[in-house]
Design a protein around this ligand. Structure first.
Ligand SMILES: Cc1ncc(COP(=O)(O)O)c(C=O)c1O
Length: 399
């Protein structure tokens, strides 16, 4: 019996012992750069990258070196004590962003929880009670905890979990007039992804975010940018909001911040720090020496080794090739993206295309029913992109 079929195969064990919250495909054993191998030794080119996580690819020497060195020095202590890697990572993030302060946690949802708490507490202290509503966007995705689920503008992830938390309301993304109409005396903040990722790689009009920022300034609202998927160089700038010429008050990061080690961060301006004093918020594992040492090495490499420029030019090439493919495949309705977050909207379900790509040795995924989403490692090259385009050409021909 082949291992994949045996009762002891990875798939059999997982299917038997793990809550079936994910629809999984192959069992992956090993990775290097943009390639991964399954338990049958089959190679795949990875255009999912752990969903926008493994920016420097798999088994990155940058990550391995930092992990090895820091694991010999200090893995974890309580946040009751100072640690060097955490402080240095915070400095690096601040020096390269609009922000003055960082709070570390373990995931994207937790970073957004921190943002929601900070926005409410700050506004309560400055403006008194009653202003706690956060305006969020239809089609958004902010996480799976109760608060971030309640802030997410997609009912499919909320089914069965009511009552949802109060204090969130929704307007269509990329519609400034709708946002203006939604502002009332109960609102303290606007929360959005500069580009919606899970929503299907939705890019707003160039002037939209500026309009949102101006409204926030006028109405004294905080602007929270969820850059969990779009941050860390993914769009060809360190943070996506930089493309639109606006500065948020709060930004959340996770995913590629640790290249696969669990870390989240909430960044904000000095003005906000007075309400986040000792005891106001905390996390046991938030910003351990181990993960922050790795994260600092990852961010340093992104900034100093030219990966963000590489991402911008490779992303342009990728979009060009996909747009070329569109000429011979009417099933492609639209190609959109910025840097290496790229979406291909189809006139049909994306799942069979994902499946067919897998059979040909490519990991791709779908965001929304009809959108193929590509968020490969930022180190991906033209050769890999050409191979994917050839495979997609074949797959779409047969679809
Ligand atoms: C924009 C955005 N926000 C928040 C999250 C949640 O992050 P996590 O799964 O690390 O909690 C995600 C995850 O896909 C995301 O894309």
């Amino acid at each position: 019996m082949k291992n994949s079929e045996s009762e002891d195969s990875t798939k059999a064990l997982a299917d038997k012992y793990i809550f079936p919250t994910y629809k999984r495909s192959v069992a992956l054993m090993r990775g290097e750069g943009c390639r991964v191998w399954d338990d049958q030794g089959r190679e795949y080119l990875d255009f999912v990258g752990g969903i926008a996580v493994c920016a420097l690819g798999h088994s990155s020497p940058v990550v391995t070196k930092a992990l090895e060195e820091q694991s010999r020095r200090l893995v974890h202590v309580s946040n009751l004590y100072y640690t060097r890697p955490q402080a240095e990572l915070a400095r690096l993030l601040v020096e390269n962003s609009f922000a003055d302060r960082v709070f570390f946690c373990n995931s994207g949802a937790e970073a957004n929880e921190a943002a929601i708490k900070l926005a409410r507490r700050y506004t309560r202290e400055k403006a008194g009670p009653g202003r706690h509503t956060i305006i969020c966007m239809e089609g958004s995705f902010h996480g799976r905890t109760m608060a971030t689920l309640s802030a997410t503008g997609q009912t499919k992830v909320q089914v069965g979990y009511d009552p949802l938390l109060e204090g969130f309301k929704f307007v269509p993304f990329n519609n400034l007039e709708a946002l203006k109409r939604a502002v009332d005396d109960s609102v303290c903040a606007v929360m959005l992804e500069p580009i919606q990722g899970e929503g299907g790689v939705v890019i707003p009009d160039p002037e939209y975010l500026k309009g949102v920022k101006e409204l926030c300034v006028e109405k004294k609202l905080l602007l929270i940018a969820d850059e969990i998927q779009t941050g860390m160089g993914r769009t060809g700038r360190l943070f996506a909001h930089e493309h639109f010429g606006v500065k948020p008050d709060i930004m959340t990061l996770a995913k590629a911040l640790g290249n696969g080690l669990p870390i989240g961060a909430m960044l904000g301006t000095e003005e906000l720090s007075s309400v986040f004093g000792p005891g106001s918020h905390a996390s046991t594992f938030g910003g351990t020496p181990l993960v922050t040492a790795v994260s600092k090495a990852v961010l340093t490499s992104l900034l100093e080794d030219g990966w963000i420029d590489h991402c911008r030019t490779t992303g342009e090439y990728f979009k060009e090739r996909l747009t070329g493919l569109r000429k011979s495949h009417q099933s492609i309705k639209e190609v959109r993206g910025l840097g290496l977050i790229v979406g291909v909207e189809l006139d049909r379900a994306a799942a069979p295309i994902v499946e067919a790509c897998l059979e040909r040795g490519f990991l791709v995924n779908a965001a929304q029913e009809r959108v193929l989403r590509f968020v490969p490692p930022l180190i991906v090259g033209r050769v890999e992109i050409d191979r994917l385009i050839d495979a997609l050409n074949e797959v779409l021909k047969r679809a």
